[in-house]
Ligand binder design. Structure first.
Ligand SMILES: [Zn+2]
Length: 649
C-alpha cells in the first residue's frame, strides 16, 4: 500500500528512561514527532501519536534505593514531570505508555512465550563482563583491554567475566531475512546514510542476544521462570505494540499497526533497526515503515553552568517565550538528521529576526493598516494585477512544496521556504507603499486589493506553520477574524482566496516578544575574557576594524514618518522611520537641535542591525548617525533624493 493512499498514520517517540531529567534533547524528539503528527492530521489522516516512559531496569532500581523510595514511586514522580513538560510544549500525543502498566507486562510476556514455543527464544549460558560495583553486565561492544579484561565504562573499575543462565533470542537466524528486508525497503532506515551503517553491521554476522537477567529484579518476570527478568530492550521495544492496543484493544491495534515511523535519536538506531524488526519477524508481525534516527542538540560551546541558570532546561525558554518559539527554533535551526549546537544567543537571534521581525511585524503592520485605512474590514478591491497574482500563485506553489518537504521530514527546509515567502510578502508591501495610496482618495480600491492580498497571504502562512507553531497560528487566525482553529481545515481544501471579504480584523498585540539576552538570562552576561584582559586604550589609539566587520553593519537610508518629543525630556525624540522593508521606532537625542516637525519627511542614515535598547520605556530598534559638536548632535542629510531602504556602504 502506498504511503499517500493510507488513511492512518502511526508515529512514535522512544519511551524516555525515567532515570533522566527531561531536557532539550527529549523535547526535540517529541517536538519533531508532534509537528509530523499535526501535519498528518491536516492531511486528513487518522493519526496515532504515541510517547511514554521506560521504567524498568537496574539503574532505576538503584536510584530509587538511593532515595529510599520504591522504583515505582520514583517512576511516578518523574512521569509527572515529563507529562507536564509535554503539556507546556503543546505536544498532541494520543496516548502515553508506561512500561510498568499491567497490559504492557502481559503483552510482553505473551510474545516472549510465543517466541519460546517457536524456538526463537531458548535457555543457555550467558558469559559476560560484569561490574561488581555497579552490579551490571557491560554492553558487548565495550572494548577488551590489551591485558585481557574489560573496564566498566560507568565507574572505570575492572570488570570480571561471569557466567549465568539466561534466555537468548535467536538473532543469528535473522541475518539473511534482515538483509533481504533492507534491500527491499530502502526507506526503512533514514536518513539514508544511517542505512549503510546498519547494513554493514548486519553483514558482519549477528550473535544471539541475551534477553533476560537474574541479577536485575526490577523488570518483567519471565513467565513460568520468575527468577529471570526480561532485559530492558526486549521489554521496552514492545511498547510500540502494546501501546497501540496489542493484546488489550486488538481493533485499535489492527487499525494502526504497523507504525509508519519510529522517531529516535541516532544513538539507539541499532536496537530499532536490527533487534526490533528481528523480534517482529520472529513473532509474525508486519514491520514498521521507517526508523528515523535524528541528530542531537549539543550543549553550548561556551561553558554555561547550572548556577548561572542557563543550562539546557526547556523551562528557561518556556517561561519567557511559551512553546512556539522553542518549537520553531529547534525545527528550523538544523535539519532533522544532523547535529546542532544549542546556544541561547542563537535562539534569541532567530526568534528576534524570524519571528518578531519578519512574521510579527508583517502581521502587526498589515492589521494596523486595515484598521487605520479600512476601519478594520477587509474588502477585495480592484482586480488582481501581476504582482498581486504572483503573491497568490506563490502561495499555492509553497503549499505544495511544504507538503512534499514534510513528507520527507525536511522540516527545516519547509520553514525556510515559508519564511522566504513571508519576506516576499514584506517586499510586496514595501513595493506597493499602501501608506502612500491611503493618501489618495482615487486609489482606495487599489489599496484594498493590496491589503486583501497581504491578509490572505498571512492567513495562508498561519495555516502552513500550524504543525510547528499551533498556538501562534491560532492567534493569527483569530486576529484575522477567522472563527475556530486553522487545524480544522483539510490541507487539500485550504485556499488562498478562502479568506472572506467583509472579515472584521482584531486589534493586534505583539505576537512574539523581543527579548535581549541579558534580560532573558536575568543577569549580566559576563564580558568575554579577551575584553576583560584588554588594557584601557589611550584616546589617540584608534581601533582598527576589518572590512568584514564593517560589512556586518546594516546601514540604510531611513525616512522619518513621525516624530514626537519623549515626555519629560528636552533632548529625546521618538521617531518612526521607514527603512524600506518595514517601519521601526527609534529614540534619538537630537530634539534640542531639531524640533519634531522639522524631522518629518527627512531622509538620513540609520543603522538597523544594532541590538535594540529600551530608552525611557520605548524600545529603540534603530539608531541614526550624527556628528557631535559642542554637545549637540548634527545630522548629515542627503543632498540628492534617495529611496528609503537604500543601502549605505
Ligand atoms: Zn561499574
Amino acid at each position: 500500500m502506498s504511503k499517500t493512499s493510507k488513511k492512518t498514520f502511526y508515529i512514535s517517540t522512544p519511551i524516555y528512561y525515567v532515570n533522566d531529567i527531561p531536557h532539550i534533547g527529549h523535547a526535540y524528539t517529541t517536538i519533531i514527532a508532534d509537528a509530523l503528527a499535526r501535519f498528518n492530521r491536516l492531511q486528513g489522516k487518522d493519526v496515532f501519536f504515541l510517547t511514554g516512559t521506560d521504567e524498568h531496569g537496574q539503574k532505576i532500581e538503584k536510584a530509587a534505593a538511593g532515595k529510599g523510595m520504591t522504583p515505582l514511586a520514583l517512576a511516578n514522580a518523574v512521569v509527572g514531570r515529563i507529562k507536564d513538560l509535554w503539556k507546556a510544549l503543546h505536544i498532541s500525543n494520543d496516548s502515553f505508555i508506561r512500561t510498568t502498566e499491567p497490559f504492557h507486562e502481559k503483552g510482553v510476556q505473551k510474545i516472549f512465550l510465543r517466541l519460546k514455543d517457536k524456538g526463537d527464544i531458548y535457555k543457555g549460558i550467558y558469559q559476560g563482563w560484569y561490574c561488581v560495583s555497579d552490579e551490571n553486565f557491560l554492553a558487548d561492544d565495550v572494548p577488551m583491554q590489551p591485558e585481557g579484561f574489560k573496564i566498566c565504562p560507568d565507574c572505570g573499575k575492572q570488570a570480571v567475566l561471569v557466567s549465568e543462565e539466561c534466555y537468548f533470542f535467536r538473532l543469528s537466524a535473522y541475518q539473511k531475512p534482515l538483509l533481504d528486508f533492507y534491500a527491499q525497503n530502502p526507506q526503512f532506515v533514514r536518513p539514508p546514510g544511517r542505512m549503510n551503517e546498519v547494513v554493514s553491521f548486519v553483514r558482519q554476522g549477528l550473535r544471539d542476544l541475551s534477553i533476560t537477567r537474574t541479577t536485575v529484579r526490577w523488570g518483567i518476570p519471565v513467565p513460568d521462570d520468575p527468577k529471570h527478568t526480561i532485559y530492558v530492550w526486549f521489554d521496552a521495544l514492545h511498547n510500540y505494540l502494546t501501546g497501540a492496543g496489542y493484546d488489550w484493544d486488538m481493533e485499535k491495534f489492527e487499525k494502526f499497526w504497523p507504525a509508519d515511523i519510529h522517531l529516535i535519536g541516532k544513538d539507539i538506531l541499532r536496537f530499532h533497526a536490527i533487534f526490533w524488526p528481528a523480534f517482529l519477524m520472529a513473532a509474525g508481525f508486519p514491520l514498521p515503515g521507517t526508523v528515523y534516527g535524528h541528530g542531537w542538540w549539543l550543549k553550548d560551546e561556551a561553558k554555561m553552568s547550572k548556577s548561572k541558570g542557563n543550562v539546557l532546561d526547556p523551562y528557561l525558554i518556556l517561561k519567557t517565550f511559551g512553546p512556539d518559539p522553542l518549537r520553531y527554533f529547534l525545527l528550523r535551526e538544523i535539519p532533522v538528521g544532523v547535529d546542532g549546537n544549542f546556544s541561547h544567543e542563537g535562539f534569541l537571534h532567530r526568534v528576534n529576526s524570524d519571528l518578531a521581525n519578519d512574521l510579527g511585524n508583517l502581521v502587526h503592520r498589515t492589521l494596523t493598516m486595515i484598521l487605520g485605512y479600512e476601519k478594520g474590514i477587509v474588502e477585495e478591491g480592484d482586480a488582481e494585477q501581476d504582482g498581486d497574482r504572483a503573491i497568490r500563485e506563490a502561495f499555492e506553489a509553497l503549499k505544495a512544496r511544504v507538503a512534499e518537504l514534510f513528507e520527507n521530514y525536511a522540516l527545516s527546509r519547509a520553514l525556510e521556504e515559508i519564511w522566504a515567502y513571508i519576506n516576499s510578502v514584506n517586499k510586496y508591501l514595501a513595493d506597493n507603499e499602501p501608506w502612500k495610496l491611503a493618501q489618495d482618495e482615487g486609489k482606495k480600491k487599489r489599496l484594498a486589493r493590496i491589503l486583501y492580498q497581504t491578509a490572505a497571504a498571512i492567513r495562508g502562512v498561519s495555516y502552513l506553520i500550524s504543525p510547528v507553531m499551533p498556538e501562534s497560528a491560532r492567534k493569527i487566525w483569530g486576529l484575522l477574524g477567522e472563527a475556530g482553529d486553522p487545524s480544522a481545515v483539510r490541507y487539500d481544501d485550504f485556499r488562498f482566496e478562502g479568506f472572506k471579504t467583509g472579515t472584521g480584523i482584531q486589534r493586534p498585540s505583539p505576537l512574539f516578544p523581543r527579548v535581549v539576552l541579558k534580560d532573558f538570562l536575568q543577569e549580566e552576561v559576563p564580558p568575554p575574557p579577551s575584553a576583560m584582559r584588554a588594557p584601557q586604550k589611550k584616546e589617540e589609539e584608534m581601533d582598527i576594524i576589518t572590512f568584514d566587520e564593517f560589512k556586518r553593519m546594516d546601514l540604510r537610508v531611513g525616512e522619518i514618518l513621525k516624530a514626537e518629543r519623549v515626555p519629560g525630556t528636552d533632548k529625546l525624540l521618538k521617531l518612526e522611520v521607514n527603512i524600506g522593508t518595514e517601519k521601526r521606532t527609534m529614540v534619538a537625542g537630537v530634539g534640542d537641535v531639531y524640533p519634531p516637525e522639522e524631522m518629518v519627511g527627512k531622509k538620513l542614515v540609520v543603522i538597523v542591525n544594532l541590538k535594540p535598547a529600551v530608552i525611557r520605556g520605548i524600545e529603540s530598534q534603530a539608531m541614526l548617525l550624527a556628528a557631535e559638536t559642542g554637545g549637540k548632535a548634527i545630522i548629515p542629510f542627503f543632498d540628492r533624493d534617495v529611496a528609503a531602504g537604500a543601502k549605505v556602504k
